[in-house]
Design a protein around this ligand. Structure first.
Ligand code: ZN
Ligand code: ZN
Length: 364
């Protein structure tokens, strides 16, 4: 789908929400709708076809906006793009503009309102939720191929990291090796600070790589992702150094079974809550659910965390083209933790794993 088609989708949603235009300031949304990747950008997307969409940015980005932005008029203004876009909207006789209150700070909204003539301020900006971000949940063909490439790079990084996972190496060294290899392979950055959590630290679901040294015996959890062509990957594997205890093996097998049950549940029409339950119920049967302290997964795309959420109570149904993670974990405080995470594409009939690196037990 081209940016034009994406904009038409957004315009239709804006018309339904009863606004004249959208003022889009969340950068991943701006990028998705017109291709521009600069750090100061706002897009005004009028519902009426008489007005062209306008991308506002500043002088640092004149050349970049010209080469990247497609199908929009570019306006260069030496100020915050959201403010300049608000001024432009008022001048263009727009009177009611939708904004994403989930991604706009109170301070930013105040500044946007202050940019309007006094008599227009009341009711000019209407909160319409994260309307564009929600459209991004379903990926088009081009996005899916980019996500496949990002996920495949993540797998290559995992498949070649074992030389670095040795007792005495620091978590930071492992993380750095992942990142170095990622950058050499073309990733622009990691999609979040890598998690390398070893020994008792593996019980920390968000144990960022630290100066801690890998133990002779114990788990090492690696949770990392790359950004390739703008799209994020996200995967987790937990490997074991040295001989494992029976309890460690049992927990690993239970998490693996839960993860496989979660993946198997993914298909069009199932709710996020039901996918979560599919994974969680396996850990409940193993009497480990008490230690599964987060949700089962999340959407991923231009942002590392997007919708839909796969969590208890989520009624949002999955649709073909969504890319979600399935990542149950069990964390025994002070002892150890295990998490296994894949990226999964919702297909017409079920699901396809985008991160096929082995999930089987690995003892190094
Ligand atoms: Zn992850
Ligand atoms: Zn994740």
């Amino acid at each position: 789908m081209s940016e034009t088609a994406r904009r038409q989708q957004a315009i239709a949603a804006a018309a339904k929400a009863g606004v004249d235009a959208l003022v889009i300031t969340h950068l991943p949304d701006v990028r998705w709708l017109c291709g521009f990747t600069g750090s100061n950008a706002a897009l005004v997307l009028p519902v009426s076809s008489r007005l062209r969409p306008v991308l506002v940015t500043d002088g640092r980005y004149t050349a970049q906006a010209k080469s990247e932005a497609r199908g929009v008029k570019v306006v260069i203004a030496p100020k915050a793009a959201a403010i300049a876009a608000s001024e432009w909207a008022a001048k263009s006789r727009l009177r009611r503009c939708g904004f994403d209150e989930g991604n706009t700070t109170v301070a930013a909204l105040k500044q946007m309102q202050a940019a309007l003539p006094g008599k227009l301020r009341r009711g000019f900006f209407a909160p319409i939720g994260s309307l564009v971000s929600t459209l991004r949940w379903v990926k088009d063909k081009q996005e899916i191929s980019r996500m496949r490439a990002a996920a495949a790079l993540g797998c290559r990084l995992f498949d070649t990291i074992f030389d670095h996972i040795v007792p005495g190496a620091s978590e930071a060294e492992v993380s750095l090796a992942l990142e170095y290899n990622a950058r050499v392979a073309g990733a622009t950055e990691m999609s979040f600070p890598s998690i390398v959590a070893s020994g008792p630290r593996s019980a920390l679901p968000h144990g960022r790589a630290s100066s801690a040294r890998l133990p002779r015996r114990g788990f090492v959890t690696l949770d990392f992702g790359v950004v390739l062509d703008g799209y994020c990957s996200d995967m987790t594997r937990t490997v074991h150094l040295g001989r494992a205890s029976a309890e460690e093996r049992r927990v690993y097998e239970a998490v693996l079974e839960a993860q496989e049950a979660g993946v198997a549940a993914v298909r069009p029409g199932i709710s996020g809550g039901d996918v979560d339950e599919a994974a969680r119920s396996v850990l409940r049967r193993a009497r480990l659910d008490k230690w599964f302290t987060h949700s089962t997964g999340h959407g991923v795309g231009l942002e590392i965390h997007e919708g839909p959420r796969l969590a208890a109570g989520q009624t949002q149904k999955l649709e073909p083209g969504m890319v979600v993670t399935i990542e149950p974990g069990v964390y025994l405080p002070g002892k150890f933790g295990v998490r296994i995470e894949d990226m999964v594409l919702v297909t017409q009939t079920g699901a396809e794993i985008l991160t096929p690196s082995t999930r089987a037990w690995i003892e190094l």
